[in-house]
Design a protein around this ligand. Structure first.
Ligand SMILES: C[S@@+](CC[C@H](N)C(=O)[O-])C[C@H]1O[C@@H](n2cnc3c(N)ncnc32)[C@H](O)[C@@H]1O
Ligand code: SF4
Ligand code: SF4
Length: 444
């Protein structure tokens, strides 16, 4: 095994070499000599051979070269460049999140709703059916039950569902636009220790209400005041669109002021109703690069200050992707399981077409589906190296190949190209070149 893993990305800009380890998230900027040393360490598994080769390049004796080599590798180690993948076990993963669509109804009717709420809105899982699903989740090791939809707040028995989840000692949460939270419900959520995701697409009424409807910002703000009053932990989900992309730094500030635990930014996906609005809502790669850069800065500045900023680049720049760095970027088949409003068991909220249905939780054992489904196994075993366009991309181990649902709906192929590609390549190129310019070069 070579001394440095070959997954390390090497980018050359203006004579500076940036090496980035996607396993640890560590990076180092070096000069030509340092780059030669790292390249040798990526080829060879014997330190003496590396030192001999370097002594030849430097024209110096082995002893003094060895001393320089040791100092250099100490720096590489401290910067996470030497981290290698641990063997990835082939055992069945345990899903952390169990999602249940408790309704398709929604008072909000967002312009870009990927779920296209309204369709199939009369069908719902009954309270007993939901309880049985929660029991099955518990049995397969799910730790958090996340209710989604539609908007869970439209259900009169929402509290009964959440009480049941908590009675099983599971974390309970739901996602909502928070238009109609009563004081009574807020107080019960606080007592039950329920986590709430508030979807807010702007830091002010103009930006949020464009998508979520007039008055929705003020209503959500009142709801957040109630959450705070009753000590309910919440995070904010912000869907990045053309009209609100410039508002993302203000959203970070607002989330901080409101006391959110996390603010998550996701680019609008061209699915459901958003598909018909592409020209109006879809941000350009240049706009995304600017937004990612500002968000990176905000996330960096706020590290350890209570508010987590969750955006696409985070996993690799803050802590790396770990030993399983070749995996697809989402949790389908690994840490999430999703049940639709009809009880269908699907890989995630976006793969709900009949052909992706792996069983139905009203009749089938979720455990068996989780273990035996070919599609779920395919998500587990497919790596970014299996995606034709990605296998030669230098950022593939940063990115993981993008959302497979978008690739499928765009190209009719699970291994097709995803929409975020240009944004990410531009952002990573720009970001690594900034690192190269602003970091001192470490030499051998
Ligand atoms: C489908 S909603 C369901 C729960 C609830 N109604 C809400 O809005 O939070 C779940 C999340 O998906 C996001 N979402 C909906 N359509 C989307 C799209 N086309 N692209 C990206 N995110 C989208 C919403 O903003 C929300 O944060
Ligand atoms: S994104 Fe959520 S709030 Fe908006 S229409 Fe869809 S389900 Fe309703
Ligand atoms: S940036 Fe594009 S080509 Fe590269 S891995 Fe990601 S999706 Fe694939």
């Amino acid at each position: 095994m070579p001394l440095i893993d070959r997954c390390i990305v090497h980018l050359v800009t203006d004579g500076a070499h940036t090496f980035f380890n996607p396993i640890s998230g560590g990076y180092l900027v070096t000069d030509d000599l340092g780059a030669r040393a790292i390249e040798l360490m990526q080829k060879l598994d014997d330190e003496d051979e590396v030192i001999e080769s370097l002594a030849g390049i430097l024209g110096s004796d082995s002893l003094s070269t060895a001393a320089r080599y040791v100092t250099f590798t100490d720096t590489l180690k401290a910067r996470g460049l030497l981290e290698k993948p641990l063997p990835v076990t082939g055992s069945l993963p345990t899903p952390f999140f169990g999602f249940i669509e408790v309704t398709r109804q929604c008072q909000t009717m967002c312009r870009i709703c990927a779920i296209d709420t309204g369709r199939g809105s009369n069908i719902v899982l009954t309270l007993d059916e939901i309880k049985a699903i929660v029991d099955q989740f518990k049995a397969i090791g799910v730790k958090m039950v996340a209710l989604t939809g539609g908007d869970p707040l439209v259900r009169d028995d929402l509290l009964d569902i959440l009480r049941y989840v908590r009675s099983k000692d599971l974390i309970a949460g739901f996602s909502t636009s928070l238009l109609s939270l009563s004081e009574q419900l807020a107080s019960a959520l606080g007592e039950l220790d329920v986590k709430v995701q508030v979807s807010l697409d702007g830091s002010k009424p103009e930006t949020n209400d464009y998508n979520r409807g007039k008055g929705s910002f003020e209503r959500a703000r009142r709801g957040i005041d109630l959450l705070n009053k009753h000590g309910v932990e919440f995070r904010i989900a912000f869907c990045i669109m053309k009209h609100n992309i410039g508002d993302s730094p203000d959203m970070v500030d607002l989330a901080e002021r409101l006391g959110a635990r996390e603010v998550a930014f996701r680019k609008v996906k061209l699915l459901g109703r958003a598909l018909r609005l592409k020209d109006e809502v879809y941000p350009s790669p240049e706009e995304m690069t600017r937004a990612y850069t500002l968000l990176y800065r905000a996330a960096y500045d706020r590290m350890d200050k209570g508010l987590r900023i969750n955006a696409k680049y985070n996993s690799v720049f803050f802590g790396g992707r770990g030993s399983d760095y070749k995996r697809l970027p989402c949790g389908a088949g690994r840490n999430i399981i999703h049940i639709t409003y009809k009880g269908d068991i699907v890989p995630c909220s976006l793969f709900t077409e009949d052909k992706f249905v792996q069983g139905n939780a009203k009749q089938d054992a979720i455990a068996e589906v989780w273990e035996k489904s070919e599609l779920l196994n395919c998500f587990r075993t497919t790596s970014v190296d299996d995606i034709p366009k990605c296998k030669t991309c230098r950022y593939r181990y940063f990115c993981g190949g993008g959302c497979r649902a978008e690739a499928y709906f765009l190209e009719g192929d699970l291994l097709g190209n995803c929409c975020d590609c240009e944004d990410l390549i531009q952002f990573y190129d720009y970001f690594l070149s900034c690192i190269a310019k602003s970091s001192p070069k470490v030499s051998l």
